[in-house]
Design a protein around this ligand. Structure first.
Ligand code: C2O
Length: 586
């Protein structure tokens, strides 16, 4: 028989330098030592130790349980770390990618580029006229004729021409699917997703793709279109990609998601029944969260990834959502590995990949243009001098650095200006703010499992209380340091599709928490990738900004938050090593 123990911790008992501070307003019912259900104690606010013998615990228990969610409150970078930018790969050492799946045989994919005796360093292009990348739903026939012609010519290039359509698609495969080791680090994969390399790599990749197309139709002003999935008029897969006779067509797409079906940016493998109104609200709220709420370079662009680092330190907000859900939504579930868009090795074989990534790319300058002094690029040379290799429009092998692509204008292009309706769609709290003098109305269902042991295997909804090292910070402090929730050592097989959602101070209600609610802090997503010889486990982290959420939820003064993790895709296939709150400057 499980005894139920209620703990009400006097704050004086745990105010030491190494112990977490608990929310004084909460009590815990220890149903067993592994599973804990949690209920707010509306009436029990006197913080007295009960005299019941069942109530005894020692510090060690606290440390082993909730204490393990606690860690250093500030990230101090290691002064002894030898930092260096990631170097462009050695094409001579490129190896085949291995595509695996839980349910299908492993296949080897050759996606290495042709070799070249000479590498030239990137120089900013000379141009007389700015190129404007148009929204795909707005282009006219003349533009479309040019674009389809250019892609036709690209597809007609000899197979071994590095500018040919398949060779270009394979660039993505090699950089994403373990084609390269990091120079000087055998068996340490070079990976351009899951880190701060995501935006610059894809920007340069699209740049060269566009230049090759322009050259093929002899129009140096040609600019590729973007899939405007951040506004309702652009939610459907752009019609220009859906004509079976067009060179932009790809039959390996989800047949249920062809125009006029509207995209769900929160897509996790299941088509939700939703009114158009709710869908728009959800999509716009997600965009607000990912672009507006994520205010620092590491939150938006991704985590630092330097020479010698293990791949996949952590995705930026946009890479996570909606970038990955859009891939998944387009990929064809009838194909073994969800080709084309649903797997990184094949994604760029679908021409719509480039329109999708153009919109991802478009978010970078938009993000930088919003108010906030931290909306800027990283300034460290470890990022600025990271480099990649691409073949240009003349089939020359070019080494380009991150610093070459910080701004689109020196590259000769900008995006067509269209509405940004999501700028005004800030999520709102599910329940009204608590009134003055009113007890916190938190009421968590008794049946909810709360895990207090790490690692947590996400096979069901998990709730956990996480202490906050600081509270009631001033506006200035908040501008200086963003409070973030960090899910550390998220481990999964690379080849499993995953999505789980993270809610803050969410309570069981009649309706599920949605992106339009303030409580919805973000999601973690994984698109299956092939494996690298170095291993198929992914070990990464998710960092979510919560300063703004806590203000909106009126929880800024609380000692802790309740974090709810909801597996949506890949149940039981993900484990989380630790959860804590940190304060970050960048
Ligand atoms: Cu390199 Cu959308 O993936």
């Amino acid at each position: 028989m499980a005894s139920t123990v209620t703990l009400s911790l006097p704050s004086s008992a745990i105010q030491t330098s190494f112990l977490p501070r608990f929310n004084k307003k909460r009590s815990f019912n220890f149903v067993s030592n592994k599973l804990v259900s949690c209920r707010a104690s509306n009436g029990n606010q006197n913080n007295q130790h009960s005299s019941s013998p069942n109530n005894r615990f020692d510090r060690r228990d606290v440390l082993l349980g909730l204490g393990s969610v606690y860690g250093a409150s500030n990230l101090v970078s290691d002064p002894f770390a030898l930092a260096a930018p990631i170097a462009a790969p050695d094409l001579d050492l490129c190896q085949k990618a291995t595509v695996t799946s839980k349910t299908a045989p492993t296949i080897k994919v050759a996606c290495c580029p042709p070799k070249s005796a000479k590498i030239i360093d990137f120089k900013p292009p000379k141009f007389s006229k700015m190129r404007y990348r148009p929204a795909a739903q707005l282009v006219d026939q003349e533009y479309l004729d040019k674009f389809t012609k250019a892609v036709e010519l690209m597809k007609a290039l000899p197979e071994d021409d590095p500018r040919s359509f398949m060779q270009q698609a394979d660039v993505h495969c090699a950089y994403c699917n373990g084609g390269y080791d990091q120079v000087g680090f055998t068996d340490l994969e070079l990976q351009i997703h899951f880190s701060w390399l995501f935006f610059p790599f894809h920007r340069l990749y699209l740049y060269f793709w566009e230049r090759i197309l322009g050259k093929l139709i002899d129009d140096p002003d040609f600019a590729i279109p973007f899939w405007n999935w951040d506004t309702p008029a652009g939610y459907a897969l752009p019609a220009i990609y859906n004509d079976p006779k067009s060179t932009l067509y790809d039959e390996k797409r989800n047949a249920n998601h062809l125009p006029p079906v509207l995209i769900d940016l929160d897509y996790a493998g299941v088509d939700e029944e939703m009114s158009k109104r709710d869908l728009i609200k959800s999509n716009l709220s997600l965009m607000y969260r990912q672009v507006v709420t994520n205010k620092t370079p590491s939150l938006f662009l991704g985590a630092a990834y330097r020479a010698g680092d293990a791949p996949a330190p952590g995705m930026g907000s946009i890479e996570n959502v909606p970038h990955t859900p859009v891939h998944r939504w387009v990929g064809d579930p009838r194909q073994t590995y969800n080709e084309d868009m649903g797997n990184f090795y094949s994604a760029a074989r679908d021409p719509v990949f480039f329109a999708h990534h153009a919109n991802v790319d478009r978010m970078w300058p938009i993000w930088k243009s919003l108010p906030g002094k931290k909306r800027r690029d990283f300034t460290t040379t470890d990022w600025l001098d990271a480099s990649f290799l691409f073949y240009d429009e003349n089939a020359n092998l070019v080494r380009a650095k991150v610093r070459d692509c910080l701004d689109t204008r020196p590259l000769g292009y900008e995006y067509q200006k269209v509405d940004l309706p999501w700028l005004k769609t800030k999520p709102a709290p599910r329940r009204p703010r608590k009134g003055k003098g009113q007890a916190k109305a938190a009421e968590t269902s008794k049946t909810t499992v709360i895990s207090n042991t790490f690692p947590i295997v996400l096979d069901k909804l998990v709730r956990i209380e996480v202490p906050r090292p600081k509270k009631s910070r001033t506006q200035l402090e908040k501008e200086d340091e963003e409070e973030v929730l960090v899910l550390q050592n998220i481990q999964l097989d690379r080849n499993v599709p995953v999505k789980f959602d993270v809610y803050i101070n969410e309570e069981d209600g009649e309706t599920p928490t949605e992106p339009a609610d303030s409580e919805f802090a973000g999601s973690f997503t994984n698109l299956p990738r092939t494996q690298h010889s170095g291993g198929k486990k992914l070990d990464t982290k998710l960092t979510l900004p919560i300063s703004e959420l806590l203000e909106d939820l009126d929880a800024e003064g609380d000692d802790s938050i309740v974090v709810t993790l909801v597996p949506k895709l890949g149940k039981g296939q993900v484990s989380i090593g630790n959860i804590k709150i940190e304060y970050i400057r960048e």
